[in-house]
Design a protein around this ligand. Sequence first.
Ligand SMILES: NC(=O)c1ccc[n+]([C@@H]2O[C@H](COP(=O)([O-])OP(=O)(O)OC[C@H]3O[C@@H](n4cnc5c(N)ncnc54)[C@H](O)[C@@H]3O)[C@@H](O)[C@H]2O)c1
Length: 287
Amino acid sequence: MSERLAQIAGHLNYPQGLLSGQVAIITGAAQGIGAETARLFANEGAKVIISDIDASQAQNVASLIISNGGQALAVPGDLLDDSYIKTLVQKAAEFGNNKIHIIVNNAGFTWDAVIHKMTDKQWDTIISLHSTVPFKLIREAAPYFRVKDGEPRNIINISSTSGVHGNAGQANYALAKAGVVGLTKTIAKEWGPSFGVRANTIAFGHIETRLTANKEAGAFVEVNGEKVALGIPEKQKKAAGPLAYFDIPLRRPGTATEAASAVLAIASPLSSYITGQTIMVTGGRNM
Ligand SMILES: NC(=O)c1ccc[n+]([C@@H]2O[C@H](COP(=O)([O-])OP(=O)(O)OC[C@H]3O[C@@H](n4cnc5c(N)ncnc54)[C@H](O)[C@@H]3O)[C@@H](O)[C@H]2O)c1
């Protein structure tokens, strides 16, 4: 690698990693894209706060990072509970010596139905989790972002092709994921001029996690005691046959590591002049 390339990769300019000394809250980090984001961030020197409703998995992710020499803290809880959002920010600030540099609003799941069959509970839960929660977390953490200490500050909101292009059966999710695009641009415009805060949306296409695995695998979340099955029915996947992934120029789904790598790229100083954007990480789908 040339000297210039090595610098760009951070090996000379960032000897302790691209996110050295930064403190990052990653929601939904107990598995999937969030867990990979936490791992990659910690590899680059960030102190990561693993926020997730799944307490034991969140602790596993934190323990694994620590056993590999990284710095992590699991702060489990339900993001739909306002008091947890306060606790999360408070514990993150304690862990970060009164600093928080990055928030990745990633937690979520899908609860699909066609428009005429969608219940209020499906609608309200998905709008809350994917749009209202990111807003409330950012508002709670505002004192740590509206600062002038010369250190970088970054907010990354996770969206989806469903939010950018719509998707049959996902009116709730599409609205919520479109919502964070507007929220992100607003943060970029409010907190960019005086505080240098960058805010970007990353919209994923088909990434291999339990959300896109076969529904028959049995993954579920519970909403007020009601089980919501996760995944895509095998029958629906099989029906696509040889046309599966035909609308993806790279002809394959992405991995959680590929998705998380895009989050790291946007959080890193290599993206220091990128703000207010919606970055599509889709293998080229929906160009
Ligand atoms: N997998 C894909 O193809 C895909 C595509 C586009 C967008 N996304 C988005 O990416 C993000 C991550 O999804 P993933 O595929 O890694 O899913 P995942 O199920 O592997 O991880 C999501 C995590 O969010 C947590 N979570 C859910 N509800 C929560 C709550 N109320 N409080 C705290 N934590 C909660 C879950 O426990 C889980 O650990 C989501 O916002 C999803 O909508 C995923």
